[in-house]
Design a protein around this ligand. Structure first.
Ligand code: ADP
Length: 633
């Protein structure tokens, strides 16, 4: 590394500066993670080399033993982590540790709260691992050369973690990367063999690669000769071990390293399947949703290994979309080593591995929901909206998924989603067959909707659905354990059985008297509504809007339009309440003009309370005021 040329100074993107700043100031309480992150990068680099070398053995450059070495120098206060993995070219250094041109950077920064504890958790997930070195270092030097490039094409990157970094070409005979940290004042604890060994054991015991420390740094080896190295980790891939040889803590720490998460996972499932197809998987359910759960360009997926060789990180094929928060590893000996993303897409072995693992995860969740309601609720609060994509995506597991869903409900009137479909069924009224729900664009709008009036009166529970995915979900989930699932705002309700004879009589009488009114209102609203009919939904309000049994709900129509879709407008049905004084009075109304105004107001207020928007709000207000004025005047 003697001759240096080409030295240039480059600036970080402004987002990187922000992240560095945050890193240095808010991650302090978790500073030891820098080592975990550097080791994880080194291990990834080794895995990439093994993978690329499958097709190009020369990349090993005569050295196939891959390892990670950690050395320190108390006098100069430096700590150095060296790997002989894939290394980086000059351009890769710029792309990977110079700029962070990552798709999620902006949205990540937007999610920061200013609360150091919360932000520090986010930062781990974001995978800005390398920069965590600046928590404890004043200056970081990275020297690297990509496997296969000439020794003269090494690169040295140096930064103090402020605005910029320098880059220069160096001579580097050994491929791979070394990262040297110039420790800040007061960080001497990391210049100690025991501390380092402890951190390595904690997070990196089971990466598939030896991590070595100088022997003489470990007190019991006082007679070791200088420079001699000792492997301190077990260096066996965790998932290859039998379950009973792995402790809870080892499972958790492996997850933390792999997923860059500070928090322990909620649960995991580790299985070896033997038979027609041999594979192992170790899959985790995290305790927190990643910041990019809803982004198309998500960062993490699950890792695929073939015979312990890392092949790729997969976001599409090994897990269905509604389980995209699952982290972990699949390892199979039945896939070709040269398996590509394209092959994964239509591979029978992959399909059956996925099917097996999905069943297992759903079972783990089911058990959690039964045995540990509190933990399950935590899970649901983080991932419920994603799970609701399940019924439409995964037809074969529909019932199992449906049983895992949780909803807000009129039962307790709280926005928290805690009610399962089975809870609902257990509380059904005698004679009730249908599971009722309302969709609205907020919990409050749903809870107070006039559509619920008759349900309230009869004490029938209604699920209140206000996540945008709910419309999609209910269009695929129309039945559960023999009970139809129906919207309170669609079609006929079929609640006649719940009416007493006197109620029926009263209604029939009112309807008979008001028959003409329906025809007259329809004349006025011809353009706007499909039909005007008497309602069985309302007890207090004069009118409401509903759609036909097969029609798209008005809420969904609005959502699709807002998202820029071109959807045909479905004319709603206006239902009027024959027992309401306004409706009764309309029968007496002689003035055509006033009848028109009342009809419009009935329609428009029904539209508003349903969550819709008026085409012409000013005229509505004008109309309403003139009707009110007549009443007071
Ligand atoms: P992450 O590891 O989550 O991608 P980092 O900031 O830790 O984020 O690293 C950024 C990128 O820099 C890595 O994805 C990798 O491409 C590259 N990199 C970091 N360390 C090494 C290394 N030791 N060897 C090769 N590439 C590395």
């Amino acid at each position: 590394m003697s001759t240096t040329t080409n030295k240039e100074t480059l600036g970080f993107q402004s987002e990187v500066k922000q992240i560095l700043h945050l890193m240095i100031h808010s991650l302090y309480s978790n500073k030891e993670i820098f080592l975990r992150e550097l080791i994880s990068n080194a291990s990834d680099a080794a895995e990439k080399l093994r993978f690329e070398a499958l097709n190009n053995h020369d990349l090993y450059e005569g050295e196939e033993e891959l390892d990670i070495r950690i050395e320190y120098d108390k006098d100069n206060r430096t700590l150095k982590i060296t790997d002989n993995g894939i290394g980086m070219s000059r351009q890769e250094v710029i792309d990977n540790v110079g700029t962070i041109a990552r798709s999620g950077t902006k949205s990540f920064l937007q999610q920061l709260t200013g609360d150091a504890a919360k932000d520090s958790q986010l930062i781990g997930q974001f995978g800005v691992g390398f920069y965590s070195t600046f928590i404890i270092a004043d200056e970081v030097t990275l020297e690297t050369r990509r496997a296969g490039l000439d020794a003269s094409e090494g690169v040295r990157w140096v930064s103090k973690g402020e605005g910029d970094y320098t880059l220069e070409t160096i001579h580097k005979p050994v491929r791979g990367t070394s990262v040297t940290l110039m420790l800040k004042e007061g960080e001497d604890e990391f210049l100690d063999g025991f501390t380092l060994r402890h951190i390595i054991k904690k997070y990196s015991d089971h990466i598939n690669l030896p991590i070595m420390l100088p022997k003489e740094t470990l007190a019991e080896e006082e007679d070791a000769s200088p420079g001699e190295l000792e492997t301190v980790n077990q260096a066996t891939a965790l998932w290859t071990l039998p379950k009973n040889e792995v402790s809870e803590e080892e499972y958790q720490n492996f997850y933390k390293m792999m997923a860059h998460d500070f928090e322990s996972p909620l649960a995991w499932t580790h299985n070896r399947v033997e038979g027609k197809l041999d594979y192992t998987y170790l899959l985790y359910i995290p305790s927190r949703a990643p910041f990019d759960l809803y982004e198309v360009e998500r960062q993490q997926g699950v890792k695929l290994y073939v015979n312990r060789v890392f092949i790729l990180e997969d976001k599409e094929n090994l897990m269905p979309r509604y389980l995209r928060f699952i982290r972990g590893v699949f390892d199979s000996s039945d896939l070709p080593l040269n398996v590509s993303r394209e092959i994964l897409q239509q591979n029978k072995a992959v399909d059956s591995m996925r099917a097996g693992a999905v069943k297992k995860i759903l079972t783990v969740l089911e058990r959690m929901a039964e045995n540990d309601v509190e933990t399950y609720q935590k899970f649901w609060d983080q991932f419920g909206r994603v799970m609701k994509e399940g019924p439409s995506e995964d037809f074969s597991n529909k019932d199992q998924i449906a049983n895992l869903l949780r909803f807000a409900s009129t039962y307790n009137g709280e926005p928290a989603q805690t009610v399962s479909l089975r809870d609902y069924i257990s509380r059904m009224q005698e004679g009730q067959e249908t599971i009722y729900y309302i969709t609205a664009d907020s919990f409050i709008a749903g809870k107070n909707s006039p559509h619920l009036e008759v349900f309230r009166k009869k004490g029938i529970e209604v699920l209140i659905l206000s996540d945008s995915v709910d419309e999609w979900m209910t269009s695929h989930l129309t039945e559960f354990e023999g009970h139809p699932i129906s919207s309170v705002a669609r079609g006929e309700l079929g609640l006649e059985d719940f009416e007493s004879d006197s109620e029926k009589e009263q209604k029939q009488k009112a309807e008979a008297e008001l028959k003409d009114v329906l025809t007259r209102i329809k004349e006025q609203l011809n353009e706007k509504v499909e039909e005007v009919r008497f309602t069985s939904r309302l007890t207090e309000s004069p009118a409401c809007l509903v759609v036909g049994e097969q029609d798209m709900s008005m809420n969904l129509e609005r959502m699709l339009k807002a998202a820029g879709h071109d959807v045909p407008h479905v004319k709603p049905i206006l239902e009027v309440n024959p027992t309401h004084p306004i409706v009764k009075q309309l029968a007496e109304e002689q003035s055509e003009e006033r009848f028109h105004d009342w009809s419009m107001v009935l329609f428009e207020q029904a539209l508003l309370s349903e969550g819709g928007q008026l085409d012409d709000p000013a005229t509505f207000v004008h109309r309403l005021n003139s009707l009110l004025f007549e009443m007071v005047g």
